[in-house]
Design a protein around this ligand. Structure first.
Ligand SMILES: [Zn+2]
Length: 195
């Protein structure tokens, strides 16, 4: 067998966009505004689904952005949160970005995590999660959030991960609605086999 290597890159427009953005985002709203902008630009550039995320350090300095790349990379796991966490791990050179609990990194996401991203967050070493749109907002336009525990916020906080919800929720929801209204592909896979 000649098995392929797997790599991914964030789209070229991300670099161009960030050249015009600050390096430090002091408020939680500033950080959310960035990831909502990333989600919107991901649609405009046709590079993936309507989701953006980013990892920041405790001072609000951007470590890395992330955008959904599922369709363009043909990879079901490349949700915005995953691309941001994986990129942060690559940049920082460790799989546990908290470095054994010594470092306090924050993941900001334009939507609440799906079942997969919920599972990946504790393994990444992220200490704080900030969300814009709620899961039901993503579901309202047709996205499947998967089998997540009903009390997923408690499940994360029990592991020492602080969760903040509804930051600029209406702005985040408007990106989802615009994507659906524009005929964007709602790419849920994993459906039962057609008989
Ligand atoms: Zn996800």
């Amino acid at each position: 067998m000649n098995l392929p290597a797997f790599t991914f890159r964030l789209p070229a427009w991300v670099d161009v966009f960030l050249n015009h953005q600050p390096a430090v985002y002091s408020t939680i709203e500033d950080r959310m505004r960035l990831v909502v902008d990333l989600a919107r630009k991901n649609i405009a550039n046709e590079s993936g689904g309507p989701f953006g995320a980013a990892v920041f350090d405790a001072s609000g300095t951007l470590i890395t952005p992330g955008v959904n790349l599922v369709i363009t990379a043909n990879c079901s796991v490349l949700h915005a949160e995953i691309t941001a966490m994986v990129m942060a791990q690559k940049i920082l050179g460790r799989y546990d970005i908290s470095d054994g609990g010594r470092m306090n990194f924050e993941l900001v996401s334009s939507s609440e995590p799906c079942a997969m991203c919920f599972g990946a967050i504790p393994w990444s070493g992220v200490r704080r999660l900030v969300c814009g749109a709620r899961a039901e907002d993503a579901e309202a336009v047709g996205f499947d959030e998967g089998p997540k525990p009903a009390d997923w916020v408690r499940a994360l906080t029990d592991r020492g991960i602080e969760v903040t919800r509804d930051v600029l929720r209406s702005e985040a929801v408007s990106v989802l609605k615009d994507y659906a209204a524009g005929g964007g592909l709602i790419y849920n896979a994993g459906q039962p086999l057609v008989p």
